[in-house]
Design a binder for this molecule. Structure first.
Ligand code: ADP
Ligand code: MG
Length: 577
């Protein structure tokens, strides 16, 4: 459906057209008509789906003569950047509707300027909950005529500790009002807000995280422990993206990595919540106008940031939450363009975490080898050939060459020295890098497995799926990683990949199976002293005969069969998540 088919006034439709919007996104199509009717809405939708227009257009449409000098719409956003962004977009929607006066209020900026703007007759206020509360307390923001409250990225506002502020605001604004809430996730706290502050809301759910993610090519690299910074430099050098974002999990890491990149001549800047507002704005502006090529950021600082033309997203740290992965990679491939996301992983745990992410988003994340130094050098030479072929010389250059020739340095040698000078700088910029050791043996033969012994057996009424469940839980590995499970009277042995031995022993001690604390050790082939027979499934107490049949022989057990990895298949498959 097109915007033109909506019942919006002409001045707004013109502004929308100027922005290049023709077709509505799904969330827009579903929520704009309802908002225009004044209904309360709970919209569940991921980043990049066009929520700002979904609530911004009806908000702008709703402003009439009678809203001159009184605040009619309040929009709450989790961060200053998001508030600024929503403010800018709403200003564009209102380009031809002069009666609309939007105003942004957020922390870390001058109170006086905001008060001045509010006094000039703002009728749509966009702000962070903390600063909005501040203005309400000082009575510089009066909401007695408010008709509509919009909570944008409500889950993130709760994550940032704004729950009380939001509840206070919602309980202090007029009861006769429209309340619209957007959130990527629906934790119980959001349901509580919905229950207490919304009236018969319409639930809208957009399942299209996929839509944006589908356009993004996703790759990962295995990097040796402690070498991620080198690997990132290598990737930035090799791919040379004109604009990219790098995500870290902590502020300290953002600072450290930014400094490291700058030290190596990259035009990088960091963005995180500890920075002053003026500094953050400056960083964002320099990234938007391409004075900075690389923005290193934390999730919260970068949430929802909408900068076009980002070629690549690098996950330096794995995101702590699957949803964050979607948010992060959604920074590239905006508005139907393609983009690339690269994730760096070190160690087994991250390996498994990434596999979980791939499962969660139901997309392929393909392994790539780190580009090697030789490959990059070859590419640099190629560039030099092209560059020089396209150059022209100034006349005085010949004079220099002639003088060199007179000294016995022939022109070929002179040219080579000049080329070396530029090529050398390029080559020196390529970090030294040793290939990380692969994480697991790819031989895939029976020789690469060992057995661990768990001190719980048939006498405690356990089944293979209990054991497997506990192992998967403790290690984050997949059921497929474990081989044959033999349950004896008093103990159980499980085949594991030999390369994972240390990791498995470390992460399974302690571990509980079916509520019972167990010990996991490497199996030395000895039986506990009370064991009546070494053969699984042949002994056991009579009352377990039925079960014994079910899983004593793995060929006859369906559950069991699922747990036995098909090694031939696995070895032959290209590794993809
Ligand atoms: P969200 O808040 O859901 O993350 P935004 O409102 O920031 O998404 O929109 C993401 C981008 O898509 C913005 O650059 C916006 O201008 C653009 N956009 C939104 N709606 C449309 C549309 N119908 N057609 C084209 N582009 C759109
Ligand atoms: Mg948004």
């Amino acid at each position: 459906m097109q915007f033109q088919e909506l019942n919006l006034s002409q001045d707004i439709l013109s502004a929308v057209e100027e922005l290049g919007f023709t077709e509505m996104t799904e969330i827009q199509e579903k929520s704009i008509p309802l908002m225009l009717q004044g209904r309360d809405i709970v919209g569940r939708s991921n980043t990049g789906t066009g929520k700002t227009a979904a609530f911004g257009l009806p908000a702008v449409e709703s402003i009439t003569e009678q809203d001159r000098n009184t605040v009619a719409v309040l929009i709450l956003c989790p961060t200053r950047e998001l508030a600024m962004q929503a403010y800018e977009e709403i200003r564009k929607f209102a380009k031809y509707k002069h009666i609309v006066k939007p105003c942004a209020v957020y922390g870390g900026a001058s109170m006086e300027k905001q008060i001045f703007q509010l006094k000039r007759g703002a009728n749509i206020v966009i702000g962070t909950p903390g600063r909005v509360m501040d203005h309400m307390r000082r009575r510089t923001l009066k909401l007695q005529n408010l008709r509509c409250v919009i909570l944008d990225e409500a889950d993130e506002m709760l994550n940032m500790g704004f729950r009380e502020d939001i509840e206070t605001i919602l309980s202090e604004v007029p009861e006769e009002r429209q309340t619209v809430l957007f959130s990527a996730t629906m934790p119980p706290e959001i349901m509580a807000i919905t229950e207490n502050f919304q009236r018969d809301p319409v639930h809208i759910k957009i399942k299209s995280a996929q839509k944006t993610v589908d356009l993004i090519e996703q790759y990962y690299f295995e990097v040796a422990m402690g070498r991620k910074t080198d690997a990132l430099r290598l990737l930035l050098t090799a791919y040379n993206p004109s604009s990219s974002m790098v995500f870290c999990n902590t502020r300290a890491m953002v600072d450290q990595l930014t400094e490291e990149l700058q030290k190596h001549g990259f035009r990088a800047a960091g963005l995180h919540g500890d920075m002053k507002q003026a500094q953050r704005t400056q960083v964002m502006n320099s990234f938007k106008n391409k004075a900075t090529d690389i923005l290193v950021a934390t999730d919260v600082a970068a949430r929802g940031i909408d900068v076009s033309g980002i070629d690549a997203v690098f996950n330096y740290d794995l995101p702590q939450d699957n949803e964050y992965y979607i948010h992060r990679i959604g920074r590239t491939g905006r508005a139907g363009r393609t983009g690339t996301a690269y994730t760096l992983i070190s160690g087994r745990r991250q390996h498994y975490e990434l596999r979980d992410i791939a499962k969660y988003i139901n997309a392929e994340i393909t392994e790539l080898p780190l580009p090697d130094r030789e490959g990059i050098i070859a590419a640099r030479k190629e560039t030099a050939v092209k560059d020089i072929a396209a150059m022209e010389a100034v006349h005085s250059a010949y004079e220099v060459i002639d003088r060199l020739a007179a000294m016995g340095i022939d022109p070929r040698e002179a040219a080579a020295r000049l080329v070396s000078k530029t090529l050398q700088a390029d080559i020196e910029a390529i970090p030294e890098f040793e290939k990380p050791r692969p994480l697991r043996s790819r031989k895939g033969s029976a020789a690469s497995t060992v057995k661990v012994d768990i001190n719980i057996g048939r006498n405690r009424r356990i089944a293979p799926n209990f054991i497997l469940g506990a192992l998967v839980d403790a290690t984050g590995m997949s059921g497929k990683d474990f081989g044959k499970i033999d349950i004896f009277d008093e103990h159980t042995t499980v085949e594991i990949p030999a390369s994972e031995t240390d990791y498995i022993l470390e992460s399974t001690n302690p571990m509980k199976i079916n509520g019972q604390q167990v010990t996991v050790k490497l199996w030395d082939g000895t039986k506990p002293k009370n064991e009546r027979s070494g053969r699984p499934g042949k002994t056991g107490k009579p009352e377990f005969d039925r079960r014994k049949k079910a899983y004593g022989d793995r060929k006859r057990s369906k559950v069991f069969a699922d747990y036995i990895p098909d090694r031939k298949n696995r070895a032959g498959k290209k590794k993809k998540y």
